[in-house]
Design a protein around this ligand. Structure first.
Ligand SMILES: [Fe+2]
Ligand SMILES: [Fe+2]
Length: 183
């Protein structure tokens, strides 16, 4: 497995400053949550550092990175969803990472049915890291320590409602994750 220090060096050199700050926030928040829930803190931190590494790529580049993976058509056509898939693939290409870390990166935006605890941790950490600011943030922060499923569900609700309010498309993979959490 690649050393975390090597991953941090790459991320620092290849992401914009703003995204690097966000990434550090996600890594630290994910590590804290992993310790809280008895998950592997190193895996959580690693996924936090890697989750957005392809976010600054074009959709074409994202598709190229993910060409060996079977990806849903809806995801292939959405830059917002594709950055997670491309990021996971790029992380795997550049580094020797555990499957759990790959999956936590892969599912950090839309989630999936039956997410692992580590996947939920990275998903929620992405929403509540210290540089985030939106209405409803405090309740997700509180839920993150008491009910991880509800924290994921509330995060999805917040994102989907924001997309609707701003006239943007909502995508079925996120809705599917939400429906799963409601059953
Ligand atoms: Fe992301
Ligand atoms: Fe992120």
């Amino acid at each position: 497995m690649t050393d975390l220090s090597e991953i941090i060096k790459y991320v620092k050199n290849n992401l914009s400053e703003k995204r690097f700050i966000h990434t550090v926030g996600v890594a630290e928040t994910a590590k804290d949550l992993a310790l809280h829930y008895g998950e592997n803190p190193l895996f959580a931190e690693m996924a936090g550092f890697l989750h957005d590494i392809a976010k600054e790529y074009t959709l074409e580049q994202m598709r190229e990175l993910a060409k060996d993976l079977k990806v849903d058509e809806t995801i292939l056509n959405s830059k917002a969803l594709m950055h997670a898939v491309a990021g996971a693939c790029l992380a795997k290409k550049l580094f020797d990472i555990p499957e759990e870390v790959f999956n936590a990166c892969l599912y950090h935006t839309a989630g999936r049915e039956n997410m692992t605890t580590l996947e939920k941790i990275v998903f929620v950490a992405d929403m509540i890291e210290p540089s985030r600011d939106f209405s409803g943030l405090d309740s997700i922060k509180a839920l993150s320590k008491t009910d991880l499923d509800k924290a994921v569900l509330t995060s999805l609700n917040s994102t989907l409602m924001h997309l609707i309010k701003t006239g943007k498309k909502i995508h079925y993979p996120s809705v599917k994750t939400r429906n799963y959490l409601l059953t």
